[in-house]
Ligand binder design. Sequence first.
Ligand code: ADP
Length: 453
Amino acid sequence: MRKRILLISLLVTIAAILIYSLVSTQLYYNIAIEEKRAALETYAAMFVPGGYTPDDGGAESFSADLGGARVTIMDGEGMVVGESEADAIEPDHSDREEVLQAMESGEGYAVRPSDTLARDMMYFCLRVEEGGNTYYVRVAEYLVSSWTMYARLLPSLAVYFIIDILGCLVFTYIATYFMLSPVEKLARDAAGGGTVTTGYSELSTIADVLNERNRNIEWRMREIEEEKKLVERAQNSKDEFIANITHEMNTPLTSIKGYAELLSSGMLSGEMADTAYKTILAQSERLTNLIACIINYNEIDSDDLPSYDVDLSKLAREMISVVRPEAEKRRVTIIEKIDDNVIVQSRHERMTQLLGNLIRNAIRYNKEGGTVTVELNYKKLAVSDTGVGIAPENMDKVFSRFFTVDKSHSGKNGGFGLGLAVCRKICRRAGWRISVQSELGKGSCFTVDFGLR
Ligand code: ADP
């Protein structure tokens, strides 16, 4: 940028110097012509009729009196009768511009380039009457041509050019320093991030653009950071999921393998062999169950089937009648506080899972002779029990995958710690909030808030 400014200012000032010198030389030349003409006029007027003879001798002596100016004397017809310079000249001068003017008005004036290009010649011609005869006296002197004048100026111009270049260098340096330093500062500040400000109104647009760009970069960086975190989290969650599945599968597989080995070695017979077969069968069922649970858990995310109106009141009553035998077996009473016609936007199978998981848990983690209350209205579904309750430190964890309070109990009743995780997923999809309130030893209450007021 500095180079360009230097070049432009150099070109501009050089052009200015050239034009100025040309114009001023021309003006000076014009003044010189005016002065020369006035001088020639005075010279010609000094020709005293009768003082000089109208021949070469007269012309020479008049020329000598004038200090060497060329003098030509012509008769009334423009024919040369006397010439101060020895060179032979054309005898008929009646066609010369200055002579023609003098014939017409008494005096004439002309400037013509001389035989050499370097010099012009100025002529002044005056009509003189003498003894009834008419003569024309022409006085001429050399003039320096405007080009010669200009050529003489060139050395001094060269000095000005050098001064100009130096001046431009200094000017460019100072000007660009003042012009560029705020811009450079702005760029430096912007490179450091954050918001930049400037006191120069001309730079405020650039500052705005830089700020906007910085904001976009920051925003994008934050997005990338968040995406990275999400990917990391997803990876961790996947690793954890696989570790949990492996762990859950390991126990039944070890048991199946152990019993199968014993049976194949022929070491078991009779009742023991029967137990072995039953254990293998039960553990295989448990594995099948686990796989079904995992598939079901994963399907909730991938299923994009549409929602529709589900009569939750009807579904809750049906579910209670299904689980009642199980409850009776554990001597648990189910209390229904179900409003009619509670319609929600979801799918039948999802609601069956939600109700089944909550009510079964309430029965499963209950005490003998306890109660389970299922409350349903248009605002919420609440399943409360008078069972073992949940310790405060586990309250947040119960909705996590594979979380079971009592690990020894895990898997015994199909409990892999996926039931509440499934409930949470279903509620999230529907935009509902699921929460738990519990007191250890006294009971728990799981509430699904439909978000309606
Ligand atoms: P599980 O298949 O083990 O029941 P869930 O996800 O349904 O898995 O429940 C996770 C854990 O939360 C259970 O192992 C249990 O410890 C606890 N839990 C769930 N419901 C209740 C309840 N009504 N009362 C006490 N504890 C419960």
